[in-house]
Write a protein that binds this ligand. Structure first.
Ligand code: C2E
Ligand code: MG
Ligand code: MG
Ligand code: MG
Length: 288
């Protein structure tokens, strides 16, 4: 009968659900332990000035290697950290690691710019901004060489509320980037009212740009519009020399992606910087 069919289906549904929530529970308790034991690495992905071929800086991207579960991607553990209240400790750790790296990097590369991701959930947490200010002062860093990336999804919050928080960040002198642009529904006019300095075009538009005419049109239009509103533009997800050249022609200011480099551990990033800064033609260097 249909009744037993239904109950059977519900059992399967429940089973699938409980597997998912079991993994979440397992991860959220492992996450707590990992924060206490500092089992995270902040990898650095280079960003290039597309017009000059010179290094602009890098984006810090968190990596978690669990001894039993293996590498867990940030797209999986960040949402768990957000829903279990662990995100603030995680972001604190990102700020500490990232800004200590930046301190060492500017000693050799004075203009180096470091971008860090923070969660929308972090914005309401005043202690985090205080922590950022303390680190910038202690390490004697130039705040204008620090970019805080916030994803487009946070911009659905109340405009005045959000504007006040972003102004607090800006008053420290750090720059603000809008991450994953194009994945949400905010208009550029709204974003420019919020005072972002930088727009990051999401990799979904860039990765397959060579085969998608519509992504070419969208990327060019987003870049032009951002420029006319006074924002600088970063394209992420550049995977080939052709798309590197295309984005250069579109006038995108900076680029990031596997064609340039994957995210690297700090020591490897230093080696990469050394090699690139000693080659005359970066694009030639990258293509090999
Ligand atoms: P995101 O901030 O938009 O970072 C860019 C993502 O694109 C990174 O993935 C990067 O490795 C990947 N990527 C860059 N170039 C290419 C490319 O050419 N091809 C492909 N296929 N991928 C590319 P990742 O490191 O897995 O991070 C995913 C997301 O997790 C990040 O997206 C960000 O939203 C979040 N995340 C990572 N680290 C942190 C962190 O420290 N704090 C917070 N709050 N979120 C973080
Ligand atoms: Mg980012
Ligand atoms: Mg992004
Ligand atoms: Mg993203």
């Amino acid at each position: 009968s249909t009744k037993s069919d239904h109950s059977e289906r519900w059992q399967i549904f429940d089973l699938a659900n409980s597997v998912v929530s079991e993994r979440r529970m397992q991860l959220s308790s492992a996450l707590k332990e990992a924060i206490e034991n500092d089992s995270f690495s902040l990898y650095l992905q280079p960003q290039i000035n597309l017009a000059t071929g010179k290094v602009y800086g890098c984006e810090g991207l968190l990596r978690w290697f669990h001894p039993k579960l293996g590498q867990i991607p940030p797209d999986e553990f960040i949402p768990i950290a957000e829903s279990s209240g662990l995100i603030h400790s995680l972001t604190e750790l990102v700020l500490e690691k990232g800004l200590n790296y930046q301190k060492q990097l500017v000693e050799q590369y004075p203009g180096h710019v470091l971008s860090l991701n923070i969660s929308g959930k972090d914005l309401a947490k005043k202690e985090l901004l205080v922590h950022l200010i303390t680190l910038v002062n202690q390490l004697n860093l130039n705040p204008s060489q620090i970019v805080i990336e916030i994803t487009e999804s946070v911009t659905i919050a109340n405009e005045i509320y959000l504007k006040n928080i972003l102004d607090d960040y800006r008053s420290v002198g750090v720059k603000l980037a809008l991450d994953d642009f194009g994945t949400g529904y905010s208009s550029l006019a709204y974003l420019s009212r919020l005072g972002f300095d930088e727009l990051k075009i999401d990799k979904q538009f860039v990765m397959d740009i060579e085969t998608s005419k519509s992504n070419q049109t969208i990327t060019k239009a987003m870049s032009d519009l951002a420029h006319s509103l006074g924002l600088r533009v970063v394209a992420e997800g550049i995977e080939s020399e052709q798309s590197y050249t295309r984005l250069q022609h579109y006038g995108c200011d900076y680029g990031q992606g596997y064609f340039i480099s994957k995210p690297l551990a700090f020591e490897d990033y230093l080696k990469w910087l050394y090699k690139v800064s000693h080659s005359d033609d970066v694009k030639q260097y990258l293509a090999h």
